[in-house]
Write a protein that binds this ligand. Structure first.
Ligand SMILES: *Cc1c(COP(=O)(O)O)cnc(C)c1O
Length: 384
């Protein structure tokens, strides 16, 4: 009896999609669990997932089903969320830098909540999103954040007062204040000064008959990398305390926009050791070159800002020693960790698969389209 090629193929095990590295494996059940964790810590808040952290459709669908809302930055993220089943009333267009046609598109698709931080943006919103609700973003300190946001977004509080007054006069719904304390913000107390500023803006406008109601405390909630973050309850408690202190009996509707907190723990980047070498015969750290690096999705290793946990097949057995970790491209900035102390097993060999933990946020979409001939980082979703 002969066996056809088709029959042979039917008996061969399915190829393991993860076997080919580099590959980001995203467990969307973990993202849902993270959403439920932060929603539980902030029971009175509207939780908007910042889609840019990881826009995998399977992940977004899972969050829609769990009742999550979304922070989007433009038309394609709007389409992504609506296609995943989100209601347009659950979307917040949080980018303060929008093209007029993109505002019009969002409005046509039913989005009614927009962020802004300038006069020119307000004019665009008044024309292309008449009667929408608008939230003014104020500058906030990023001190204590591993991935700070600088002064690119937000305006001074006194300007926010003028902008929101003007928004109301233009027929927009002047809805509230937003801020963002920087990503991977380790300090729970960092939200308090901005909450104080927001309360002051609320009070000044209330005196003029403009009643704000929404306080958007942004994202920034940290996850465990090499350094562990405090539990999310610590951040919730600090924010709750600041709200009580500064808003007293007139509490605003709280909104938060976690990106990293929901997506990061859901991802593990599988990477192969391409080369282990030393530069001289002296005593020095080994150089470990991986098949993924700064251009393959690990952009947040710039300045060694985000320090991922690495695990190997040899963990827990034998000696370890210091290493410098680098990517595969011919660019000298493609070194991941040189100053940060990383120790890996002395048994580590070329061809071993290393796991880079906590890589579900700000990785795959940061990968270059093909620098030096290396393709963009592939993502495989599981539990979708
Ligand atoms: C990126 C972004 C977030 C998410 O920040 P994380 O630090 O990932 O939580 C939230 N809000 C806005 C407006 C953003 O641009």
């Amino acid at each position: 009896m002969t066996v056809t090629a088709d029959e042979q193929a039917a008996h061969r095990p399915a190829p393991d999609p993860v076997a080919e590295t580099p590959c980001l494996v995203v467990d969307v059940a973990v993202a849902e669990a993270q959403y439920r964790r932060i929603a539980g810590a902030f029971p009175d808040a509207d939780v908007h997932y910042a889609v840019k952290a990881n826009p995998e459709p399977a992940l977004v669908r899972r969050l829609v089903a769990a009742g999550c809302r979304f922070d989007v930055a433009g038309p394609s993220e709007i389409d992504l969320c609506l296609d995943a089943g989100a209601d347009p009333s659950d979307l917040s267009y949080g980018n303060t830098i929008k093209k007029a046609p993109d505002i019009a598109y969002a409005y046509r698709r039913g989005v009614r909540l927009f962020a802004f931080d300038s006069w020119a943006e307000l004019d665009k919103l008044a024309i292309h999103a008449p009667d929408a609700s608008v939230i003014c973003r104020v500058l906030a300190s990023s001190r204590g954040a591993r991935w700070p946001l600088s002064r690119k977004f937000g305006c001074a509080p006194e300007m926010a007062v003028d902008l929101l007054r003007r928004a109301a006069r233009l027929g927009l719904d002047a809805a509230g204040i937003a801020f963002h304390v920087g990503s991977q913000q380790m300090t729970p107390a960092r939200w308090e000064p901005s909450i104080a500023i927001a309360a002051d803006v609320f009070a000044r406008l209330r005196a003029e008959g403009v009643n704000l109601r929404i306080l958007n405390a942004g994202g920034g909630f940290p996850v465990d990398y090499l350094a562990r973050a405090a539990p999310i309850q610590d951040y919730a408690a600090a924010i709750e305390e600041a709200l009580v202190r500064h808003f007293e009996f007139d509490q605003p509707e709280l909104m938060i926009e976690p990106g990293r907190y929901i997506a990061a723990p859901a991802g593990v980047l599988h990477t192969e050791v391409v080369l282990i070498s030393q530069k001289s015969y002296g005593i020095e750290p080994r150089w470990v070159y991986l098949d993924v690096g700064r251009f393959g999705g690990l952009a947040e290793t710039e300045g060694e800002a985000i320090q991922y946990r690495l695990t190997t097949p040899h963990d827990g057995s034998g000696r370890v020693g210091p290493v410098i970790v680098a990517g595969p491209t011919c660019d000298s900035v493609d070194v991941l960790y040189e100053r940060t102390r990383y120790d890996l097993p002395m048994d580590l060999r070329v061809g071993d698969i290393l796991r880079i933990e906590g890589t579900g946020a700000y990785t795959a979409t940061y990968a270059s389209v093909g620098f030096n001939g290396f393709p963009p980082l592939r993502t495989v979703c599981v539990n979708g």
